[in-house]
Design a binder for this molecule. Structure first.
Ligand SMILES: [Zn+2]
Ligand SMILES: [Zn+2]
Length: 170
């Protein structure tokens, strides 16, 4: 499959300061991404500005992907969107250890987008920041109901009082 995020940098490198906007939606499969966390049927949105220097190209912008998952506290299914800010450098002669290579006068934004998305998809999302989760004893959803389970470990001082009370005559 052709990588839609392959950008020809030849002309750009000849004239430093040349800008190229790359704005598109890409099917994950085209970027060789097969990840169960991605929301099926949704494309990855790419909004990038490429600007050439004398010896490379700076890429700035954002990449967005919709994800799905189960809340790590209450296990409810959830969906969300990650937005990854992108600031990357592509170089013909790699002098920056963090730079991506320019090969055959081309910039492969696909590899960078793929890396950014996979790094930022959440492994353990929460449905909302204040999700109360499930009761570890009875499993009730504490967002919707209350239970009277004792989940804190018993206070040893109370245990001592209980022992004394057991010894008292009725
Ligand atoms: Zn939750
Ligand atoms: Zn409970």
């Amino acid at each position: 499959m052709r990588n839609p995020l392959l950008v020809n940098a030849l002309e750009m490198l000849r004239r430093p300061g040349t800008q190229k906007v790359v704005s598109m939606s890409v099917a994950p499969a085209l970027l060789d991404i097969d990840d169960a966390r991605l929301l099926p049927g949704h494309e990855i949105e790419v909004d990038l500005l490429c600007e050439s220097l004398s010896d490379g190209v700076v890429v700035d912008g954002a990449v967005r992907a919709d994800f799905r998952g189960d809340c790590r506290r209450c296990l409810a299914p959830l969906t969300g969107t990650v937005t990854v800010d992108v600031h990357e450098l592509y170089q013909v002669n790699l002098t920056d250890p963090d730079a991506f290579p320019i090969e055959n006068d081309q910039i492969d934004l696909g590899a960078m987008v793929r890396e950014s998305v996979l790094l930022d998809l959440p492994d353990a999302p929460v449905c909302r920041p204040d999700c109360a989760g499930l009761c570890p004893v009875c499993g009730i959803d504490r967002n919707e109901a209350r239970c009277s389970c004792v989940t804190a470990s018993p206070d040893p001082r109370w245990a001592g009082l209980e022992a004394i009370r057991d010894q008292l005559p009725e």
